[in-house]
Design a protein around this ligand. Structure first.
Ligand code: HAM
Length: 420
C-alpha cells in the first residue's frame, strides 16, 4: 500500500461540508462584485523571490521546488515551484492582461497552496485558500470596505462568534526604512537574548522580530520604538482615516502594533482574523495592502492593490460545530437494482431516462444476491430502490421501494419520474 505524503489530506466525506462553506463565501463575494479567476499552481520561483521577499520564511524555507526529470526542451532556465500563495500569481496574471481588465478589478480564486512546514493541527503542506484581491484601488477606504465585507462574512453569514480582528498600519517603505534602523539599534544590545531566528532577522528582516511567537522576543520587543512615530504626516492621516472609517462602519477591531505578517509585499494596512478555538495556528484569514508589488514584478505603472486569503482547513475547524447547517444538500438518490443480468440493459435505459428528467441515479449491475444489493443500496443512502425483475420487464413497470417508510409500489417505467 502506498502511504499518503506527509502533511496532505485525502477528502472523501468532508467534501459536501467544504463545498457548503465555499458556496456561502462565493455567494457573499459576488454581492461585492468579485468574479472568479483560475491561475496556475506552478510558477517560476523568481516570482515569489521578487514578490514575497528572499528573506521571508515562505521563500527561504518553505518552497516546494520542482525538480524536472528530463532535460528541458523548452530551454527554461528558471526554476519552477508549487505556489505557496496566490497573490503574486494573481498580480502576474493581472499585469499580463491589464489592458482588458476593469479597475478596481475584484477577483477571487480557490485552490491548493503548498508550503514545506512542520505539519500540525491547522498547518498542512498542501492546504486550500480562498484568495481575494482588489487590484487598482488606492484609497484606504477600500481597505475599510474589504475588512467590513469580511467581518459580515465571518460573523453574520458563517455565524462565527468568537473571532477577533487585528489590524495594524505599516506605513510607506521610507517610513519603515527609518523605523527599521531605529529598531535594530534598540534591539542590538539584547541580541543574545533573542531566539536564534530573530538574531538572524536583526540583519535580514528586523520588522518580523515584532511578531515572533517566542515569549523572550516578545518581552524584549516591549522596549521597541513605535512604528507610528516614524510615519509622515500623510501616513498618519491615512491610518487615522482607516480607523475612523472602520468605526463608522461598526467594525469591531483591535489595533496590534506588533502585527507585521510574514510576507514582504505589504505596506500600509495589514490585518488578521484569529479564533481562540484554533490553538497555536489561530489565524484563519490574513491580508493587507500591497501597493508596491506590481513594480516589484517589473510593471512600469503602480497598481495599488489589497487582498487577503482565507485558510479553508482552519475555517472548517472553526465551523465544525455548525457543520450540519453548511452541508450541501444532495439530491435524493434512486438506486436501480436489476434482479438478473437479463434486466441490466433495461436498467441502463431507465437510468438514462431518469437522469434526463433531473434525477440522481445509481445502478447495481454486478452479479449479486438481491439481499446484498439491498444492503449496498442502503449503504449508499438511497432514498428509493427501483427493482427490475422479469415481471417488471414484461409489463414495462418497476417496483419502487421507499427506503424510509419501507412501502413498495409498482409503477409504469414511463411514469416513475413523476411519482418519486
Ligand atoms: P498567509 O497569511 O500566508 O497570507 O496565509 C493566509 C491564510 O492561509 C492563513 O491565515 C491561514 O489561515 C492559511 N494558511 C497559511 N499557511 C497554512 C498552512 N501551512 N496550513 C494551513 N493553512 C495555512 C497569504 O497567503 C497572502 N497571500 C494573503 C493575501 C492575499 N494578502 C494579500 N492578498
Amino acid at each position: 500500500m502506498f502511504p499518503r505524503v506527509k502533511g496532505v489530506t485525502d477528502n472523501f466525506f468532508e467534501m459536501t461540508y467544504y463545498s457548503g462553506i465555499r458556496k456561502k463565501i462565493e455567494g457573499h463575494l459576488k454581492r461585492y462584485n468579485f468574479f472568479e479567476i483560475d491561475i496556475p499552481m506552478i510558477e517560476y520561483v523568481s516570482l515569489f523571490e521578487r514578490g514575497l521577499g528572499y528573506e521571508t520564511d515562505v521563500v527561504s524555507k518553505q518552497m516546494f521546488i520542482i525538480q524536472k526529470k528530463q532535460h528541458d526542451s523548452d530551454n527554461e532556465k528558471d526554476l519552477m515551484c508549487l505556489r505557496p500563495e496566490g497573490t503574486a500569481g494573481t498580480m502576474r496574471a493581472f499585469l499580463e492582461q491589464q489592458e482588458h481588465l476593469p479597475e478596481p478589478c475584484r477577483v477571487f480564486s480557490y485552490g491548493s497552496m503548498f508550503r514545506y512546514e512542520r505539519p500540525q493541527k491547522g498547518r498542512l503542506r498542501e492546504f486550500h485558500q480562498m484568495n481575494l484581491e482588489t487590484l487598482g484601488c488606492s484609497s484606504v477606504l477600500y481597505d475599510a470596505h474589504m475588512i467590513k465585507m469580511l467581518q459580515v462574512l465571518f460573523v453574520e453569514v458563517l455565524g462565527i462568534q468568537d473571532c477577533i480582528l487585528k489590524i495594524n498600519f505599516l506605513g510607506q517603505s521610507e517610513d519603515r526604512k527609518k523605523y527599521c534602523a531605529s529598531l535594530v539599534s534598540s534591539l542590538t544590545p539584547y541580541q543574545e537574548k533573542l531566539c536564534s531566528l530573530c538574531q538572524n532577522r536583526l540583519t535580514t528582516n528586523p520588522l518580523r522580530i515584532l511578531d515572533c511567537k517566542s515569549q523572550d522576543c516578545q518581552k524584549i520587543c516591549l522596549i521597541a520604538p513605535k512604528l507610528t512615530t516614524f510615519f509622515s504626516e500623510t501616513t498618519q492621516q491615512e491610518w487615522k482615516l482607516l480607523q475612523e472609517t472602520l468605526e463608522e462602519l461598526s467594525v469591531t477591531f483591535m489595533v496590534d502594533d506588533h502585527l507585521v505578517r510574514g510576507l514582504d509585499y505589504y505596506n500600509k494596512t495589514v490585518f488578521e482574523f484569529v479564533s481562540a478555538n484554533l490553538g497555536a495556528q489561530n489565524t484563519f484569514c490574513g491580508g493587507g495592502r500591497y501597493d508596491g508589488l506590481a513594480q516589484q514584478l517589473g510593471s512600469k505603472t503602480v497598481v495599488p492593490a489589497l487582498g487577503c486569503a482565507i485558510g479553508m482547513e482552519r475555517l472548517a475547524l472553526i465551523l465544525e460545530s455548525s457543520k450540519d447547517r453548511l452541508l450541501v444538500q444532495s439530491m435524493p438518490l434512486l438506486c436501480i437494482i436489476p434482479l438478473s443480468e437479463q434486466q441490466n440493459k433495461l436498467a441502463l435505459h431507465l437510468a438514462d431516462f431518469l437522469i434526463a428528467h433531473g434525477k440522481c441515479v445509481e445502478l447495481l449491475l454486478d452479479h449479486q444476491k438481491i439481499k446484498n444489493k439491498m444492503k449496498r443500496a442502503s449503504d449508499l443512502k438511497a432514498a428509493y430502490v427501483l427493482i427490475l425483475g422479469e415481471d417488471e420487464q414484461n409489463n414495462n413497470t418497476v417496483t419502487v421501494k421507499d427506503m424510509v417508510t419501507g412501502k413498495q409500489e409498482v409503477i409504469l417505467q414511463t411514469e416513475v419520474h413523476t411519482k418519486i
